[in-house]
Design a protein. Structure first.
Lengths: 136, 136
DNA sequence: ATCTTCTTTAGAATAATTATAAACAACGAA
DNA sequence: TTCGTTGTTTATAATTATTCTAAAGAAGAT
């Protein structure tokens, strides 16, 4: 069980004042056992369902972006009309079930180490992401 | 140098009649030595520049989608507001220069084989894509 | 040539996201 | 507390990528 204090800490670290709305967003994002993959629209709907209170779409966008910037959320590179985020910010990879439009975490040992044997002058590697698309 | 006949063949294979507009699109897409990474907007502008003739945006979208469906273009999974395509349809991976918003092909030997050690019942692997983000 | 079918196009419709600005809430100092 | 400042929420408008539509035009077969 994640406590409200932890949410407040995350918010403050992200330069956000802890408001009722943002605490509700945190409840949905971080008060869970397993990793959570979502789109803004998923999150927006879950807030209403889980907390009974409506938070405006703009606030959901703002808060998610601040958490993403601070590193509390990870954006998943995928071709979709919507942007997907992940509460698991560790270095890991994904299955994407194209039909169901659902993401599944892959453990690093499921993929093995990836060694990039090439470099671009003046650039350094920021992230390495493997996306495994699944079909029936 | 790719010939007009090849463009017509690609179009017919994609169930598209070879029209002036579509030939122009092919000129920009396929008449080049190196692989070509683009967004619809890139392509739209290049057509005007390279052929001197304007093709409507709707036609560009339609043609690109038909080529993609037929396998003459590959869609690259990346987080961007725009969709990226690649004329290199072989199995390969990418660098993405986040600052420049530019893609660079990675040869398979630059990445090494990727063995996915996990499977999901009832699903099979459609593709494995590695995206290496670059920063300064 | 003519007829049918497909195509092009401008513009409208849709959908995700971002911007705006007015009402409101958190914070800190007195 | 109270008050003033600063940050926040919200509905709504604006923006942007993409898809849809329907009328005018071009390709293909006969």
């Amino acid at each position: 069980m994640t406590s409200k204090q932890e949410f407040i800490e995350k918010l403050r670290n992200s330069s956000l004042r802890p408001t009722k709305q943002r605490i509700n967003i945190c409840e949905v994002l971080f008060n869970r056992d397993k990793t959570f993959h979502f789109t803004i629209s998923d999150l927006f709907n879950l807030i209403k369902d889980k907390t009974g209170e409506k938070v405006s779409l703009a606030t959901v966008y703002n808060t998610v972006h601040a958490f993403h910037k601070k590193g509390y959320l990870k954006e998943i590179p995928i071709n979709s009309n919507q942007t997907y985020f992940d509460t698991n910010v560790t270095d890991h990879h994904h299955f994407f079930d194209v039909k169901e439009e659902k993401l599944i975490d892959l453990k690093n040992e499921d993929v093995g180490p990836i060694e990039i044997q090439r470099s671009i002058p003046g650039k350094k590697i920021k992230s390495v992401e493997v996306l495994v698309k699944l079909e029936d």
